[in-house]
Design a protein around this ligand. Structure first.
Ligand SMILES: C[S@@+](CC[C@H](N)C(=O)[O-])C[C@H]1O[C@@H](n2cnc3c(N)ncnc32)[C@H](O)[C@@H]1O
Length: 263
């Protein structure tokens, strides 16, 4: 089904096609003599304070869940990760911006035969995840405490079986739409690392984010799998509601669940 055939109850999905300047990054600069791209990050990397237990999880556990050399400082040549070594014989899934980690840990414990990589630059969220990992006792995951764009650089082409983008930052102002995840800067490398046939799930409570997602994602080699309204109104069978979704529901916003296939 194409975006033109959609009729959202909320009536807020705008069919407007935005000029490219609203979703393309301002610029990609070279830094020094290396080819390291400039990647602005507008979210929070650290909140007010960490509990003592969370400081301990970070100090004691984070290194054990490292997927290897991801950041530019430690891998300037962008040598790809060896996923077969990291998760021998397992399909690999990717969660982008896992927040407090409830969905990541849920999927890891429900799918012990899968290896899951989570990316999250917000260190308080990473600390929350590590606490949940301890309590759940799951081991089939790796954590990149940083930007998903750096992870994309070092993932081999067509290596990921499923990807999750759950309640990405909405950036509601028009002049900030280029900061959204569903822009070429993110979708191009995501498409490169997903296997043909891989599933890409997007959840959002922002009607205009639905619009931008349905407009942009198919341009990067994805097919939207919806056949009827339940396919975006009803959550996936294996869903666990995230902290952000709970807040959205309390504030009266409506979740949308969008499922794409990498063609
Ligand atoms: C609105 S929160 C949603 C968190 C979680 N998925 C949930 O549903 O509760 C969006 C998250 O995406 C993260 N994020 C933003 N840009 C990112 C990037 N480039 N790479 C990885 N995570 C990112 C933010 O730090 C934030 O935690």
């Amino acid at each position: 089904m194409g975006p033109h055939a959609i009729c959202f109850d909320e009536g807020a999905v705008c069919p407007l096609k935005l000029p490219r300047r609203y979703f393309e990054p301002k610029e990609t600069r070279l830094m020094g003599e290396s080819e390291r791209p400039r990647r602005d990050f507008y979210g929070r990397r650290k909140g007010k304070h960490l509990k003592a237990s969370q400081e301990r999880y970070l100090a004691e556990d984070l290194a054990a869940f490292s997927p290897g050399a991801v950041d530019w400082d430690v891998n300037p040549d962008r040598t790809p990760l060896n996923l077969e070594q990291i998760f021998p014989g397992s399909p690999v899934w990717l969660e982008i911006g896992f927040g407090g980690g409830e969905h990541l840990v849920h999927q890891a414990s429900e799918n012990p035969g899968v290896g899951i990589i989570g990316c999250e630059p917000y260190i308080n969220g990473v600390a929350m995840l590590l606490g949940k990992i301890r309590r759940a006792g799951v081991e089939n995951l790796k954590v990149h405490a940083g930007d998903a764009r750096d992870m994309f650089d070092v993932l081999p082409e067509a290596s990921i079986d499923k990807a999750f983008l759950l309640y990405p930052d909405p950036w509601p102002k028009l002049r900030h739409h280029r900061r959204r995840f569903v822009t070429p800067e993110h979708l191009e490398p995501l498409a490169r690392v997903l296997k043909p046939g891989a599933e890409f799930r997007v959840a959002t409570d922002i009607p205009d984010y639905v619009r931008q997602t349905l407009e942009q994602v198919p341009q990067f080699g994805f097919e939207w799998l919806a056949e009827g309204p339940d396919d975006w109104r009803v959550a996936w069978d294996d869903w666990i509601s995230t902290r952000y979704e709970q807040k959205a529901l309390r504030e009266g916003r409506v979740p949308h669940y969008l499922t794409f296939k990498r063609v």
